[in-house]
Design a protein around this ligand. Structure first.
Ligand code: NAG
Ligand code: NAG
Length: 191
C-alpha cells in the first residue's frame, strides 16, 4: 500500500504539471546554511518555459555588509541589472534585499554570488551564512499592453487577445477570419 500510495502521488504530480521544465526551485549560496567560503564566485541561470516570467525572493540573506556591496555580494539580473545586494537584516551598511520580489521581464533570471578573500577582520571570524532564495514561474499576461511594450519583437493580436497560463491566443471580430499567422484578421469576402 505505501508503494501504491507513493506511485499515485508521484504520477499524480507529474500528470498534473501541464508544462515541461522547471517551474520552481531554490538557490543556496555555497555551503548554506553553513558560512560561505572565501574567494568564491558562483552563478545560476534560471530558465523557465516561454510564456512565464521568473519571480524570486530571498527567504534568508546574510552577507558581509560593505559600502556599495563592494566585497561580498549577490547580483540579480534579467536582460537588465536588477541590483547588487549584501548585508544583514537591519544593518545600516550594505543593501539588504528584504522581502523584495524580483520579477524578470523575460523567462530568464541570472544570479551571481561573489565573496572576497576574507570573511574576517583581525583574526576574529565573523561567519556569514549566505542566502537561500526561492523562484517560481508566474504567468506572463501577453495581452497586457504594458508587457507588449517591453517585448516589441512579439506580434500583437489585431483584434482580440486572450491570455491563458503559459501562453495566449488571438481571435477576430464577427465577419473576420484569423489568418495563418494566428495574429491578423481579414474580412471574409461577401458573395
Ligand atoms: C564555489 O563554491 C562551490 C560550492 O562549494 C564550489 O563548487 C565552486 O567550485 C566554488 N567556486 C570557486 C570559484 O571557488
Ligand atoms: C576584532 O574586531 C572586532 C570588531 O571590530 C572586535 O570586536 C574584536 O574585539 C577585535 N578582535 C581583536 C582580537 O582585536
Amino acid at each position: 500500500v505505501p508503494f501504491l500510495l507513493w506511485a499515485f502521488l508521484f504520477f499524480g504530480v507529474i500528470s498534473s504539471s501541464p508544462v515541461p521544465g522547471r517551474l520552481f526551485g531554490e538557490i543556496r549560496s555555497p555551503s548554506y546554511p553553513n558560512p560561505y567560503p572565501n574567494n568564491n564566485v558562483s552563478t545560476w541561470d534560471i530558465h523557465i518555459p516561454e510564456g512565464y516570467v521568473v519571480k524570486l525572493t530571498f527567504r534568508y540573506f546574510d552577507l558581509e555588509p560593505s559600502e556599495s556591496c563592494f566585497y561580498d555580494y549577490v547580483k540579480v539580473s534579467d536582460k537588465k541589472d536588477l541590483g547588487r545586494y549584501c548585508g544583514q537584516l537591519g544593518s545600516t551598511m550594505g543593501n539588504h534585499p528584504g522581502r523584495k520580489e524580483f520579477v524578470s521581464t523575460g523567462n530568464r533570471m541570472h544570479l551571481v554570488f561573489h565573496s572576497d578573500f576574507s570573511n574576517e577582520d583581525n583574526g576574529t571570524v565573523i561567519p556569514y551564512r549566505g542566502f537561500l532564495a526561492y523562484y517560481q514561474a508566474v504567468d506572463l499576461d501577453e495581452c497586457d499592453p504594458k508587457n507588449a511594450a517591453e517585448k516589441d519583437e512579439r506580434p500583437q493580436c489585431q483584434h482580440f487577445c486572450h491570455n491563458y497560463v503559459g501562453g495566449y491566443f488571438c481571435s477576430c471580430r464577427t465577419g473576420y477570419q484569423l489568418q495563418s499567422d494566428h495574429h491578423s484578421c481579414k474580412g471574409k469576402l461577401k458573395l
